[in-house]
Design a protein around this ligand. Structure first.
Ligand SMILES: Cc1cc2nc3c(=O)[nH]c(=O)nc-3n(C[C@H](O)[C@H](O)[C@H](O)COP(=O)(O)OP(=O)(O)OC[C@H]3O[C@@H](n4cnc5c(N)ncnc54)[C@H](O)[C@@H]3O)c2cc1C
Length: 390
């Protein structure tokens, strides 16, 4: 039997895996990346043209060093590849001001964002609806509303981020196996891991698992209920000429009610004729392999009537196309990035809860450093397994 042997294998090459492979490939080790598909692809969590990145992340102050480092790494990748993947066009967070609302598990998300920006010296402004209208005519915020504006926010092109990091990793010596599904992991006595795939066996000293919405396939039964796989729907809508220009319109997030779904976010137009917008959904699905990938007419109508009505100028309320994507959500909307307690050669990363992309480049570096035993300012310590009462 032909067995591939490597120092470290990275399983799953989406946002987190591509970043981990790229960072590992800087250190002259024998590194292999494996994915069941050929990333970037549209079946996981890292597609749909754009991802918001913002520095004052209301989800938690401890995340800020990760996103700050990610912004540096996006620049590094741009220089190395001559491709633009990070558009720092500014971002706004709007609060309708009617009722308190939470985002990604954080109550008082607006106030936390402002507070974190102040504490971390991140440039920002807070203004009212009058000022919003002067600056960005696309939004019909209520007069009770308030706006947080962060000039260093913007969007990253996720498919390009994945492709660029995989390409740089291979240039730096990493190997990649696509269309290779990992079926199981077994410990080797004396250390190391046997990786069984549908294309043969791999032996690795250590394994980094970054399989996104497939995480439950790789964790012990008692951790599985910690992860909820939630189907998300993205929509593209036609715009009127002159609105949502990529040069003048920021990325935006808007909380307008007390439920987690009372939320809409979006981007300026990439093509001059349409914009991408979405809300969020936290309904649990059974498994990533059995998700309903098509979007029904009823879902489109609900989006238009329940999320869009009255909120925007310059949009034609109809849907040109829609796509589905997957969140992997934990009860506290945090990440898990930790070694398996009974199998320490295996490090599992679940960095989603709907807000993982912006941190992925920095997280890839933190994971690589942990696997290589390098001391690092960026730590994965905060993202440990939940305590389970047996
Ligand atoms: C609609 C949507 C909008 C979002 N918006 C934002 C945003 O604006 N800002 C932000 O910061 N975050 C955002 N997020 C979250 C962010 O995109 C995710 O946190 C991030 O993409 C997760 O990356 P990942 O590497 O964990 O998963 P993925 O990119 O899905 O990668 C997992 C990979 O593992 C592979 N895999 C799975 N099982 C196996 C197996 N058995 N063998 C081999 N390979 C396997 C898969 O094929 C896949 O390629 C959004 C997410 C969604 C869905």
């Amino acid at each position: 039997m032909n067995i591939t042997t490597v120092d470290i294998a990275v399983i799953g090459l989406g946002a987190v895996g591509a970043a981990t492979l790229y960072q590992l490939s800087k250190h002259g080790k024998k590194i292999l990346g494996v994915d069941q598909f050929a990333p970037p692809h549209e079946l996981g969590s890292t597609h749909g043209e754009t991802r918001i990145s913002r520095l004052a992340v209301g989800e938690g102050f401890d995340f800020i060093p990760l996103v700050q480092r990610s912004h540096e790494i996006w620049q590094e990748i741009q220089q190395a590849t001559d491709e633009k993947l990070f558009y720092q066009i500014g971002g706004i967070l709007m609060d309708s001001g009617n009722q308190a609302w939470a985002k990604h598990g954080s109550e008082g998300f607006f106030e936390r964002t402002v507070n974190f920006a102040r504490r971390a010296d991140i440039p920002y402004e807070v203004f009212d609806n009058k000022e919003l209208k002067k600056r960005f005519r696309e939004f019909n915020l209520e007069d009770t509303g308030q706006v947080y504006f962060e000039p260093s926010a913007g969007y990253v092109v996720p498919e390009l981020a994945v492709a660029s990091q995989l390409s740089l990793a291979t240039k730096q010596g990493a190997a990649i196996k696509t269309h290779t599904k990992v079926l199981g992991l077994k410990p080797i006595s004396g250390g190391g891991v046997i990786i069984e795939t549908n294309q043969g066996v791999i032996e690795a000293g250590q394994v980094s698992i970054s399989v996104g919405a497939w995480v439950k396939d790789f964790v012990p039964a008692f951790y599985r209920s910690h992860f909820k796989i939630c189907r998300q729907v993205l929509h593209w809508l036609p715009i009127k000429p002159g609105y949502f220009k990529n040069t003048t319109c920021p990325v935006y997030m808007w909380g307008f009610g007390p439920n987690a779904e009372d939320f809409i976010y979006g981007f300026p137009s990439l093509d001059g004729v349409s914009v991408k917008m979405a809300s969020e959904s936290f309904i649990a699905s059974h498994h990533a392999d059995t998700i309903q990938r098509s979007v029904s007419e009823e879902e489109k109508e609900n989006f238009l009537s329940k999320k869009l009505t009255g909120k925007f100028n310059g949009i034609d309320p109809s849907i040109l196309r829609s796509k589905t994507c997957l969140y992997t959500v934990t009860p506290d909307s945090n990440f898990v990035v930790d070694r398996l307690p009974d199998f320490p050669e295996v490090l599992v990363s679940s960095a989603c809860s709907g807000h993982g992309f912006k941190h992925s480049a920095g997280l890839g570096e933190a994971i690589a450093n942990n696997l290589l035993g390098i001391d690092s300012m960026l730590s994965i310590k905060a993202f440990h397994w939940p305590s389970i009462d047996f």
